[in-house]
Each structure stands twice: as C-alpha cells, then as structure tokens.
Write a protein that binds this ligand. Structure first.
Ligand code: NAP
Ligand code: ZN
Ligand code: ZN
Length: 395
C-alpha cells in the first residue's frame, strides 16, 4: 500500500438524508441490526445500493464492527461483484490502527477480494453476470500518465485510487474495501479468476500474491539465483512458493523456528533462524536477491550483509517506523536497496493465470466476519497459517 498524503474526506451524510435513508431501508425491511450509522457518499441518493453490510473500524482504538455502506449504481463500464471471500492483509491492520497516520474513519478495509459478478454495465466486455472476478489493491488510476501507459497503474503519477481509504471518485467521501457484501468496480480494474482453484485460497493472491510475484519477475529471479525471503507470513509464504516455482534456490529467514518445517513444505530449500548469528554468518555475501516482507521494526543491515556484489534487497514490508541503513553495508559490495508495491493490472492477471496453470494458491484459514478482531491479534503474534480469509457468507 502506498503512503498517501494525509487527507480528511467528508464522510458523513447530512442528518436529514440519513433519516430518509433509514426510513427507506425500514420500509424495505433491510435495516441491518446493530449498524451504528451509514457511511459514505455525502448525501448522494443511490436507492438500489443502500445498506450494504460491511465491517468497519470507527477509530484507531476501536475494534471492527458491523456497519452499512453504499456502493455506486452500476455505470456503463462497471462490474458489480458479490464478494464471496476477502483476505486479511497486514496492511488492513496497519490501516485500521492508523499506523501510517493516514486513515479516514469509518474505515472498511479489505483488498484481497474474490466474488461473483451480479451485474455489468452496458459497455462491459470482459465480464458477464455469473462470472468469477477478483479485485486487488487498486480500483482506478489516471490511465494517461507514463506509469499507467506502461501497465504500472500502482505507480500512477497522480496516485492510484486504492480499494479503500482513497477518495471515492464517484460518490465523494472515502471509499470502502472488501470486508463487505458487494463492490462496484470499473472493469479495467477487475481481474478474471479461474474456476480451477479453491476460491478462498485465491483471494490472497490479489495482494500477497502479486506483491511478491511482481518483484521476483522484475528482478528476473529463477534458475541459478539464490533468493532469500524474510518473514513467513501472508506475503512471505507466497514469495517462497513463487521463487521455488520460478526455479530459484530459496532460503527462508524467520524469527519463528517452529515454522521451519512449513517453510520446507511450501518450497524453501533452506531455513535460517534469523536470531541465530552462526546460521546467518553461513550466508554472508552470497545472495543475488532478498525480499523483505516483515511488518515490524527489524535490523535490515543483517540482510544487506548477506547480499553478494551487485545483489539487491527489496522491501515489500511496510513497518511503521523508518529502517536504519548503515552506509558501509551498501557501498562495500555495490549492493542495492529497493522497494516494490503490489503490481499493475496486466501483471496481476498474468500472476492469476500463472497460478491457475501451476496450481498455486495461498495456504488459508477460513474465518467468519465476527472473528476478524481476534484474527488481527493472532496475525500480530504470527499465529496464522498463512493467511486468514473471511467467508463473506458469515457477514
Ligand atoms: P504477516 O502475515 O503478519 O507476516 C509478517 C511476518 O513478518 C510475520 O509472519 C513474521 O514472520 C515477520 N515478523 C513479524 N514481526 C516481526 C519482527 N518484529 N521482527 C522480525 N520479523 C517479524 O504480514 P503480511 O500480510 O505478509 O504483510 C507484511 C508486510 O507487507 C506488512 O507491513 C504489510 O503492510 C506489507 N505489505 C506491503 C505491500 C506492498 O505493496 N509492498 C502489499 C501488502 C502488504 P516470521 O515469524 O517468519 O519471522
Ligand atoms: Zn495487502
Ligand atoms: Zn496514471
């Protein structure tokens, strides 16, 4: 997730409108119990899409709870998707707790979305009602800048519209993510999903999958390359699977020795417990590439020292605090320190197709919506194997 400039979108509906919506929903018998208030569209009427069930955080200190949102009406290029599964990314937790100091509340997170198309606009070509579909971390971009023209919408020079906590360019206010029953997205940002794979296990590919696939492809990692993956979480376990599938020699670094057997099962050739200096020293100056997928503060220098001449350490993890880099660890071996954010739409489709062809999915634990707060705590303790996915039927 890209850091955005701090913005405060007006997300409250005027009292009169709120009351009108409440009454409309009461008449339809569709008012959701225990929903604190409507979020959303700054007063636009949107009669066929009111009161969609969702889960939101109302502040950085609050747990997520039931909430009702609106989605825009289906425009001519739009696809409406009934969300079946949504993965729980550590970015959701960072954002819900305002760890990047940019969160607008109420916040409905979720950007690992898989579902079924329920309606398409007149001009939609790629999808029809009943198709499976996926939505990842971005739902729009300027489409004209050089990044967008090169299929790098995630690096749009005018900032991509992220799936949640971005400005809602249709309804105003802030937009809402996948911890909800449905979503409406322009077909250009909707992905085709194969019916060959377990759908719940496909959901995490929309963020954890593409975020690890993209840098491994960009730096051309495959046969003959020694690749390190730091952290066996949602992203890390996908990185291990992809790096192995691309033919690299894969070494997994973990702070959790008990994950070693899983790492080997997932595809690692070797496992290094990063707290063990003797094990770390055995790999000094030897890696072509290391992908760092750690969510919290840690010593990046310990990994820079493991790169050989011209080796690259790429950061995908987004810890709250800045990481300190010792200059000598970079200049000594002409090492490179880089970053990477998700992937473009075409590459995300390529990744999903690659996964369908090679039978690659995420290892998931299916949870109900009301388990999500507990799931966040478990994720913080590293107690997830290796991605929680919400079964939206439970919402
Ligand atoms: P996750 O499932 O919680 O995994 C993070 C892993 O980091 C843990 O499993 C743990 O692995 C390791 N770890 C946690 N705390 C640590 C500490 N204090 N010191 C060392 N290692 C620690 O999280 P995730 O969903 O994979 O996301 C990882 C990070 O990537 C998050 O910061 C997230 O926001 C970011 N992210 C970035 C992008 C992007 O586009 N760049 C996209 C999605 C997510 P071990 O137990 O094996 O040590
Ligand atoms: Zn994510
Ligand atoms: Zn652009």
């Amino acid at each position: 997730m890209k850091m955005q400039t701090k913005a405060h979108y007006k997300s409250e509906i005027p009292e009169k409108k709120k009351e009108a919506h409440r009454r409309t929903n009461l008449r339809r018998g569709s008012l959701i119990p225990a929903v604190p208030r409507f979020g959303g569209n700054n007063g636009h009427d949107n009669h066929d899409a009111t009161g969609i069930k969702a889960y939101a955080a109302q502040s950085a200190a609050a747990s997520l709870g039931p909430f009702a949102i609106r989605r825009r009406e289906v425009g001519s290029l739009d696809v409406q998707i009934e969300i079946l599964y949504c993965g729980v990314c550590h970015s959701d937790l960072h954002m819900v707790r305002n760890e990047w100091e940019q969160t607008v509340y109420p916040c409905v997170p979720g950007h690992e979305i898989v579902g079924r198309v329920t309606k398409v606009g007149r001009g939609v070509k790629k999808f029809k009602e009943g198709d499976l579909a996926g939505v990842g971390c971005i739902v729009d971009s300027c489409r004209t800048c050089s990044s967008c023209q090169s299929g790098l919408e995630q690096y749009c020079e005018h900032d991509p519209v992220q799936t949640y906590n971005s400005k809602d360019t249709h309804l105003g206010g802030v937009n809402y993510g996948g911890y909800s029953k449905s979503i409406v997205v322009d077909e250009a940002f909707v992905l085709r999903v194969s019916d060959k794979l377990n759908l719940a296990a496909v959901a995490p590919l929309l963020c954890a999958g593409i975020t690890t696939y993209s840098p491994l492809r960009h730096w051309k990692l495959g046969e003959g390359k020694k690749v390190g993956i730091v952290g066996l979480g949602g992203l890390g376990h996908m990185a291990v699977k992809f790096a192995r599938s691309f033919g690299a020699h894969v070494v997994l670094f973990t702070t959790s020795p008990e994950k070693g057997a899983d790492a080997i099962r997932l595809g690692a050739h070797e496992v290094v417990v990063s707290k063990d200096q003797v094990q770390m020293n055995q790999h000094l100056n030897s890696f072509d590439f290391i992908l760092d997928a750690v969510s919290a503060e840690h010593d990046i220098n310990a990994y820079l020292n493991l790169l050989k001449v011209d080796g690259t350490l790429t950061l995908v993890g987004l810890p709250q605090k800045p990481l300190g880099i010792a200059a000598f660890n970079l200049i000594g071996h002409r090492r490179q320190f880089a970053g990477s954010m998700i992937g473009g739409i075409a590459e995300t489709q390529e990744m999903l197709d690659y996964c369908a062809d090679h039978g690659i999915v995420s290892d998931v634990e299916l949870i109900s919506m009301d388990h999500v707060n507990e799931a966040y705590e478990q994720m913080l303790k590293g107690q997830v194997k290796y991605r929680f996915v919400i079964d939206m039927e439970s919402l």
